[in-house]
Design a protein around this ligand. Structure first.
Ligand code: SAH
Length: 374
């Protein structure tokens, strides 16, 4: 499975779309607003640009995409107003993998520009928003063209499923699991960690080329507090999906071997692991590191008309995220049965346990060339 070609959130605006099922991710962006605002202020005051390059990496499609951009613009406008500076021209780049539903985002741009004009007047900007399809595990932008980078809930996705998980002498190494789990052997944890380290260093190297000295980057990843990579806080939601897959395999609806050979291209790092990689790469100063948590079933801030039970709602947003990967491996025919079973399992767990996601956020500054020990 080539992750770059398969991974994307469910497009469109239907019931199973990411656009309709991304309130949890929206809540996380709101929690990180103070960190984003602080970093933007520094990015602006460090460089006082006439033309400011801004990128959102892993922007997906739906209300969150332009909400982030709108918050960023409000903050820049507020900063310039306080400092009595003219507003810079804004170059805003929305990045995601090529399979992302960019069309839905692009179609919403005229209304976004219109609203911007109404709220901020003609003098705002000018502002140019464009899409940049491609993997952030490679160069996406021209050298030294960016002042601020934001990314939320995207960087825990790996560039590929870690190598060597498939099988040893015909036996799958991560049998019965689809991610790191309590029952995974140590070699599985090692393979996942090594892939994440490789990917995250590649990511930092590429961004270091693209950012100007003094530019800022705020990243939020699904992660964990614990040093233990099999900790419930990051793996449990996937263990329950594995359980649903194993259940329908035992009913003969899918082959057991298919479950054994499926592993998610994801890694949920600890704060310490992130810190170490930033230090190792060396181009950035880590200013802030924050851990936050959100309940699986946060109240939907926007009344989207759904009256789903708690577990069903969680299963539905997980479906919006995981469906393309699952469909590519198991076929589309099992999707409804699988996610129905998943919602029953999730509902059951939510009655008994503490069910929260842990987020790790970091705010970094690109060192100036004079600060780098080359
Ligand atoms: N930032 C949005 C979307 C998060 S969903 C929000 O907070 O709501 C994660 C997104 O990251 C998906 O759209 C996925 O396609 C994208 N993504 C994952 N790996 C990527 C990569 N290597 N390059 C670019 N985008 C990637």
């Amino acid at each position: 499975m080539k992750v770059e070609q398969v991974l994307h959130m469910n497009g469109g605006i239907e019931d199973n779309s990411y656009a309709k099922n991304s309130f949890l991710q929206r809540k996380v962006i709101s929690i990180m607003k103070p960190m984003i605002e602080e970093a933007l202020l520094h990015a602006y005051c460090n460089t006082f640009p006439h033309s400011m390059g801004i990128a959102d990496l892993g922007c997906s499609s739906g209300p969150n995409t332009l909400m982030v951009i709108s918050k960023i613009m409000d903050t820049i406008a507020g900063n310039c107003d306080r400092l009595k500076h003219p507003l810079p021209e804004l170059r805003v780049y929305l990045n995601d993998l090529p399979g992302n539903d960019f069309n839905t985002v692009f179609r919403s741009l005229p209304a976004f520009y219109e609203k911007l004009k109404e709220e901020k007047g003609d003098e705002f900007g000018p502002c140019f928003i464009g899409g940049v399809p491609g993997s952030f595990y490679g160069r996406l932008f021209a050298r030294k063209s960016l002042h601020f980078i934001h990314s939320s809930y995207s960087l825990m996705w790996l560039s590929k499923v870690p190598a060597g998980l498939e099988s040893e002498n015909g036996v799958a190494l991560n049998k019965g699991n689809i991610y790191m789990a309590k029952t995974s052997p140590p070699i599985v944890f090692k393979a996942y960690l090594e892939q994440f380290q490789k990917d995250f260093l590649t990511f930092l190297k590429a961004r270091a080329e693209e950012m100007i000295g003094g530019g800022r980057m705020v990243l939020t990843l699904l992660g964990r507090k614990s040093a233990d990579p099999s900790s419930k806080e990051c793996c449990y939601i996937w263990e329950l999906l594995a359980q649903a897959l194993n259940d329908i395999a035992s009913q003969g609806l899918i082959e057991e071997e298919k479950v054994d050979s499926f592993n998610l291209p994801q890694y949920t790092p600890s704060p310490q692991e992130l810190d170490e990689l930033v230090q190792k790469e060396g181009s950035f100063i880590l200013h802030r590191l924050q851990v936050s948590q959100v309940k699986w079933d946060i109240e939907d801030e926007v009344d989207d008309g759904f009256a789903l039970a708690r577990g069903q709602k969680v299963a539905q947003y997980m479906r919006a995220v995981a469906e393309p990967l699952i469909a590519a491996h198991f076929g589309e025919a099992i999707l409804d049965v699988l996610f129905k079973r998943y919602s029953e399992i999730v509902s059951e767990q939510m009655k008994t346990g503490e069910t929260k996601f842990t987020n790790v956020s970091i705010s970094m500054e690109r060192k100036g060339d004079e600060d780098l020990c080359i």
